[in-house]
Design a protein around this ligand. Structure first.
Ligand SMILES: [Zn+2]
Length: 176
């Protein structure tokens, strides 16, 4: 995929608003308590913030698992999930599409990745699953994401964008 730049500050504001809505929607869908994401915070990173080993050429985002850095010897390190947004791939997809709507695509991506995280945390889905199981999980997560977003946003356009690239695993998880 050709690089298409990185998110601007205003893009990041849009994505942070999309993340707030994605959090509310996943909480509602899975019947979680309102403080789910406060109690189990996750990180959102852009490509510039992560090591190049986490750069994906054909994905909009990927879920990682990481341990918080040592702040003080007395503070235990916590294992967290994180979402790495592959900004050049997301921006390129928007350039190719007739609708330049980062809000909608961002909402779709974040809902999808939060659904992965809920399933890793609460449904015993194996983060290090084999390729076959990971592929089946991808189909399940895609189905759930579509259900969550039905009636919320312009899902037809986003789902078509996803499915047109599904062979290239456009939205996929990858190993930490
Ligand atoms: Zn996925």
């Amino acid at each position: 995929m050709k690089a298409a730049g990185f998110f601007t500050r205003s893009d990041l504001t849009t994505l942070s608003r999309a993340a707030s809505l994605a959090e509310k929607l996943t909480v509602r869908y899975f019947g979680l308590t309102e403080d789910e994401w406060k109690l189990h915070p996750y990180g959102i990173f852009t490509r510039r913030e992560v090591d190049c080993s986490l750069h994906e050429t054909d994905a909009f985002a990927n879920v990682i698992r990481y341990r918080t850095p040592v702040i003080k010897p007395t503070v235990p390190r916590i294992e967290k999930y994180g979402i790495v947004l592959q900004d050049p791939n997301i921006l390129l997809a928007l350039l190719r599409s007739c609708q330049h709507d980062l809000w909608t695509l961002g909402l779709f991506i974040l809902t999808h990745e939060l659904t992965h995280i809920v399933r890793f945390r609460r449904f015993d889905v194996d983060f290090f699953a084999s390729q076959d199981s990971a592929h089946r999980e991808e189909t399940t997560v895609h189905g759930i994401t579509s259900e969550i977003l039905a009636g919320v946003t312009n899902t037809d356009y986003i789902i078509a964008l996803y499915e047109s690239n599904i062979d290239a695993k456009t939205i996929n998880i990858s190993k930490a």
